[in-house]
Design a protein around this ligand. Structure first.
Ligand SMILES: C[S@@+](CC[C@H](N)C(=O)[O-])C[C@H]1O[C@@H](n2cnc3c(N)ncnc32)[C@H](O)[C@@H]1O
Length: 318
């Protein structure tokens, strides 16, 4: 056994005996992102004028809950901007966000500076409209540099992108190999010469288990990630997001996903087949004080670590 594999075995063994399934890295990362958001709000001196009414199933807005519980667009944008800079030696300008939903990431992107522009693609008019009303409206004139398209993510854009992304595993809706390859080819064709295409994914020994994970969100509700069923023969993977509230009410199946579970090496192969010159996984580093926890920093790592749950980005260069 090599030295490396000994280390991996020891770590995995430690995690199992501690019974720390719910402290898996995906959970930990999302919790840490929420904590960072909170700190940033405090630093900005943002005082709430009054305590907002508590969320309930009857009054809550599912897109607001989703953004609070799932997304950390500010951190994603930092990663995209700095990764592009470290690969290309200069700043990116134009972002294309496929499967953009409420286009929160487009909003964070254009906030980086006057030279940053963005476009989002989504098939569903509802989240697009919600995003215009609730996200674009909060960023003033910067919103003028965002263009939203009610269109399939595979459609050709009007501008070549420096950075193109598909976040939160959205591209897993393509369940056939040929379909995903076609999307990756189109994503590559829509990039400028120096463009990069970034997708995220998750995996780990518990990633295919039929299970639920609960996480309390500081704004006053519980987010439940439900891996409802997985078929190993086809890779079909059905997941839901539910929300529970302090008054006992529930919003069941607020979001439903019919995906194929794609693993990292097969995605890497497909991206190469689609013509990308270089495909690099970026895994999260370890917290020096607790090797079971991530540190929120993603860096290139060809092998990763075999833990219960991990998140990675795949960065593909045109
Ligand atoms: C999981 S949400 C992603 C929202 C957001 N981008 C995020 O990072 O959380 C997936 C979105 O993809 C959209 N969608 C599904 N199929 C699509 C397609 N073929 N083209 C464009 N959008 C699509 C859905 O309408 C939905 O808003």
């Amino acid at each position: 056994m090599s030295k490396d594999s000994t280390v991996i075995t020891e770590r995995a063994g430690k995690a199992t005996t501690k019974g720390e399934r719910k402290a898996a890295k995906r959970e930990a990362l999302q919790a840490r992102k929420a904590e960072e958001r909170k700190k940033r709000k405090k630093r900005k001196g943002g005082k709430r004028p009054s305590t907002p009414p508590p969320f309930t199933a009857a009054t809550a807005d599912k897109y607001e809950l989703y953004q609070l519980a799932v997304q950390s667009a500010d951190l994603d944008v930092k990663f995209l901007d700095s990764t592009y800079r470290s690969i290309r030696g200069q700043g990116p300008r134009h972002l294309r966000e496929d499967f953009c939903g409420t286009s929160l990431l487009c909003c964070e992107w254009v906030k980086l500076g006057a030279e940053y522009t963005a476009e989002g693609y989504d098939l569903d008019p509802e989240p697009l409209e919600w995003g215009r009303e609730n996200n674009h409206s909060k960023i003033g004139a910067d919103a003028e540099r965002i263009e939203l398209h009610l269109a399939d993510a595979r459609e050709e854009g009007e501008r070549l992108a420096d950075v193109r992304i598909a976040q939160n595993f959205s591209y897993w809706i393509f369940r056939e190999r040929a379909e995903l390859l076609d999307y990756f080819r189109r994503a590559r064709a829509g990039l400028g010469d120096d463009g990069i295409f970034v997708i995220d994914l998750y995996g780990g020994t518990e990633s295919n288990e039929e299970m639920t994970e609960d996480r309390k969100i500081e704004e006053g509700f519980t987010y439940i990630w439900d891996q409802d069923c997985y078929y190993p023969g086809s890779g079909e993977f059905r997941c839901f997001i539910h929300f529970h509230f302090r008054d006992g009410s529930k919003m069941k199946r607020a979001f439903a996903y019919e995906w194929r579970f794609w693993n990292l090496p097969e995605l890497k192969d497909l991206l190469r087949e689609a013509g990308f010159s270089k495909v690099t996984p970026y895994f999260e580093g370890e917290d020096p004080d607790d090797p079971e926890e991530g540190n929120g920093e993603f860096s290139p790592d060809e092998r990763g670590e075999n833990c219960e749950s991990w998140i990675a980005y795949l960065v593909s260069e045109k």
